[in-house]
Design a protein around this ligand. Sequence first.
Ligand code: M6R
Length: 443
Amino acid sequence: PEQLVAFNAGGELYIGEGEDGQLVITSDKNALAGYARRFFSLNKDQLAVLTPKQLKLYNQDLILLEPNWEKMEVNVEELSKGVFPHFMLKEIFEQDKVVAETINSFLTTDEQIELTPEFLALEPLIKKSSRLIIIACGTSWHAGLVAKYFFAQLTNLPVSVEYASEFLPETIDSSDIVVAISQSGSTADTIRAVELAEGRGVKLIAICNVAGSTLARLADICLLTKAGIEIGVASTKAFTTQLVVLLLLAIRFGQIKNTITKELSSKLISQFKEIPRLIKEVLLRNKYIEDLAEKFSSAHNFLYLGRGLNYPIALEGALKLKEISYIHAEGLSAGEMKHGPIALIDKDMPVLVLAVKDEMYDRVINNIMEIKAREGRIIAVISGDDENITSKVDEVIKIPETNNLLLPFLSVIPLQFLAYYIARLKGANIDKPRNLAKSVTVE
Ligand code: M6R
C-alpha cells in the first residue's frame, strides 16, 4: 500500500511533480500539463519507486540515481479549447496557420528548401538510393500513401508504404532509405519497425510532431512538423503538416536526383505558399458541411472513394468518421469498386466521392455514373465550379482549384468537418472516442 513502482521496459515514461509534491506517472508528457511543475524522463531499464513522501530512482543494477528534473513549460492557449466545444474542431481550424508555419520552417527567404547539415550529409546516399520505404500507422500511414504519389511525380524513386505493424525487415537493405512518420513519435508499432529497420543498417528520416520523442531520438534525421500539441484523438492538423514535410522532401529528392527542373520546383513552391490561404477558404465553408451532416447522421454505413492522390484521402475520411462517430465507413479506390464493393450500393448507401479536377477526373465521373445507376446517394467533393458533376450527384462540397499535387491539402478538410459534425449530432465523445488512446504505446 502507498507505494507505486514504475519501470521503463521501452518507449516513453515520464514522472511529474506537482506544486504540493504529488507525483504523477504518464507515457504522454503533454498529459502532465496542469498536474506537474517539473518532470523527468524515466529512461529504458530505469526503475522508480514512489511513495507519498519520496521518490527513488534506480538504474538496472539498482544503483540509486538523481532524477534529471526539467521545468514543465506549458502554453496555456494550446492546452485550452478556447472558443471551441472540442479540441478536434479547434485543431481543424488551426490548419491554415500550422501548415504555413511548417512550410516556412523549411524555406529560406529566397524560397529554397533549407534542410539541416545532417540532411546534407545524407544527400550522397539519396543520390544512389534505389528505394524509399515509408513506415507509419493510422492517419500517418495515410500521409505516407499520399507521399507515394508525390515521389512518383517528382522523382524516379520507387516508394513502398508499409503499416508499421506489418513491416517485414527481411525485405530491406542498407541501400534503402526509411522514412518513419508519427505525430507522437511514441507509437509502439512504429518504434518497433524502426528498430528492426535500423538493425538492417538503413538510414532513418523521421517526420514527427514531438521533439525529443523516442522516434525523434532514434532517427538519423528528424524533420519536425509544426502542428503544435494535438490533443483530439482524431488526428487532423498533424496530417496536413505531415503532408507539407513529405511534399518538400519529395521536391528535395527530385532536386538531388535531377528529376525535376529548377523552374518546376520554384513554381511548385510558390503555389505551395498559397495553400494556407486556400485552406482558410475551405475552413470558412464549415457551416455548409454542418448542415450537410444533418442529412447523413442517421446512416449506418458510408463509403469514401478517391483515385490517385485522393485515394489516401478517401481512406483518411473513412477513418475519421468511424473513429469518432462509430459509423462503419470504408475508404476505397474508386477503380476497385467494380471488383466487388459495388455490390454494396443501394439507396441507403451514402458514398462520398473525391471528384476533383485532376488526372483521374474522367474515370471518377464514370465511377459516379455507376454508383448513381445503382441509386447510391452521392456527396461529391469538387474543385472549382464544376457544373458537369453538380447535375449527376446529390450533394456537392466545393474546394478551390490549385495544382493537382496540392489538392489533398484542401480535399481532406471537408472530410474532417463531416466526421466531426456527424459525430457531434450523435452526441459522441469526440475528443476521447471509446477504446482509443491518443498515443498507442503498446504493440
Ligand atoms: O502518433 P502517430 O502518428 O504515430 O499515431 C498513429 C495512429 O495511431 C494515429 O494516426 C491514429 O490512427 C489516429 N487516431 C487517427 O485519427
